[in-house]
Design a protein around this ligand. Structure first.
Ligand code: IMP
Ligand code: MG
Length: 179
């Protein structure tokens, strides 16, 4: 019998598929921002690995920064209450900001962050998310670039965690809950 607790379940997206998609996103972003210098902001900690891979596929002069947000509440659910744990180091006023997120689930985190960042007067503000769970959306957010639409499963790996674990998996896997 399997032990109670959580473990790594089936692979949802293989590392090589992620890498190919990241290169496509980078190519599109490079075209769309041609002649500009995007300021690429990663949302810690989940998007750190996606951010690191993505910026290296963007063939433009760019800068980057990080912001950390947390939501109060359960491990696998978003409560909608978002707070900034680590703010940006630099002002984004007048910059072409590209916000890099790991996954859009209910949309509450991004909705909050967008409002917050928009009030700092960037020249433009776009979002790229590696994963999107459209069936879970509670609030509309316009995501400009999406890596993969996925079903309503809790996923781990490639930066995504369960209780701070599994971020280092190369593939995106489904969290298995053993009863
Ligand atoms: P939202 O506010 O519900 O859109 O949730 C966004 C945040 O919840 C993401 O940035 C993740 O940190 C976390 N999250 C949502 N779904 C998952 C998942 O399937 N695996 C890991 N983290 C998730
Ligand atoms: Mg996150």
């Amino acid at each position: 019998m399997a032990q109670a607790g959580e473990s790594v379940g089936p692979v949802l997206i293989y590392a090589r598929t992620i890498q190919a998609r990241v290169r496509e996103l980078g190519a599109r972003i490079s075209e769309d921002y041609r002649g500009k210098r995007p300021h690429v902001i990663g949302i810690l900690k989940g998007a750190s690995i996606f951010h690191a891979d993505l910026v290296r596929t963007i063939d433009l002069d760019l800068s980057f920064d990080f912001i950390a947000v947390g939501s109060y509440g359960a491990l696998t659910k978003s409560s909608g209450e978002v707070r900034i744990l680590k703010d940006l180091d630099e002002s984004i006023e007048g910059k072409d900001v590209l916000l890099v997120e790991d996954i859009v689930d209910t949309g509450l985190t991004l909705h909050y962050l967008l409002q917050n960042l928009q009030s700092r007067n960037p020249e433009s503000l776009k979002i790229v998310a590696l994963l999107n769970k459209p069936s879970r959306r509670e609030i509309e957010v316009a995501v400009d670039y999406i890596g993969f639409d996925i079903p309503d499963e809790f996923v781990i790996g490639y930066g995504l965690d369960y209780d701070q674990r599994y971020r280092n998996l190369q593939d995106v896997c489904i969290l298995q809950v053993n009863k």
